[in-house]
Design a protein around this ligand. Sequence first.
Ligand code: HEC
Ligand code: HEC
Length: 320
Amino acid sequence: MDYPGLALVIASCLLFGFLAYRSIKAGRRWVQLAAGIPCVLLALLFGAATVLALVGYAKLSEQHPNPVSQLTVVSTPAMIANGERFARSCAGCHSANGNLPLSGHNFFGSDGPPIGTLWAPNLTPAHLADWSDGEIIRAIREGVGRDGRTLMVMPASSFRNLSDEDVLSLVAYLRSQPAVEPASPPRQISVLGAILLAIVPPDFFLSAQPPLSSAVIAPPRGPTAAYGGYLTRIECQGCHAANLAGGPAGEGPPPGPNLTTIPQWVTADEFVTLLRTGRFPDGRLIGPNMPIKYLEKMSDDDIRAIYAYLRQGGVLPDNK
Ligand code: HEC
Ligand code: HEC
């Protein structure tokens, strides 16, 4: 919690409240109007800011009852390679250059809005060595941190679809990385950040999900629509929307366009080329906000599976 910032907002509320009281008491009409009205308004404004900031901080410090996952990793080279497929898409946030290893990155950046410090932390053994497998898995799939509080911005609503086997592979991969320093600073949200948390819809900023109570099993891996649906829930829906007919514009990531029309004019082979090279059959390049690097470690059959899923779903009108 940003105690100095909060103290300043509360002090401002009290100060303007006091000034308002004094001006109204002054008895002279022009003082009451010229000083009293602005002071009343400012006192109300800072009062509202205090309440909203406290609501925001309460959301952040709420304890979530999600139990730590009971899964434990028995690492093999095959699992590490499988996990790296998914780790590729963590690098957009957890790495400064968008590449592996996941050495951590300042999410808001230094020139972002003054909403505080939020790092997508270092996920190499330098930071995670003393976390249990279950704690890491809960953070990834349920968006709950080690201290039982919600994580922010971490897309657990997508990752909760990761099967037990794939999330175990992902943790095996995380643990196989070189231990890269430095440590990431802890989260520190400013009063302005807390106010925003109180007023924007929580789905993007607050990550905590309901507990996963049963095993999560993926369809068999292969170029099938069923497996493609599984992959899109983890890798694509966060930006292109649940029905893949175009991402909702909002406070979240850059919205991606409608994908359901693609099989109308792109073959499966061309789709593989598109997501490998960023080039459409007509030579046009995919826009820079589409992170094709996320798919670098996916196999051609994984990409064909996504295509099969898009084709099976048919064309949908663009989401509004
Ligand atoms: C959209 C950006 C984004 C993506 C993509 C993302 N994360 Fe995160 N992640 C974050 C942020 C930001 C935090 C810190 C949240 C906080 O401190 O409240 C975080 C926190 C975590 C934590 C908890 C670390 C700690 O010290 O509390 C783990 C574990 C984690 N992420 C794993 C992953 C994995 C694995 C992936 C890929 C499968 C991934 N994340 C993808 C943004 C992201
Ligand atoms: C971080 C957000 C994000 C994720 C995750 C994402 N996309 Fe995109 N995608 C975009 C954006 C944004 C565009 C539009 C390009 C631009 O604006 O620069 C796009 C464009 C595309 C296009 C080109 C569509 C066209 O008609 O121009 C395809 C194909 C595509 N994405 C497929 C996928 C697939 C398949 C996945 C999952 C494996 C995926 N995307 C995951 C954001 C994303």
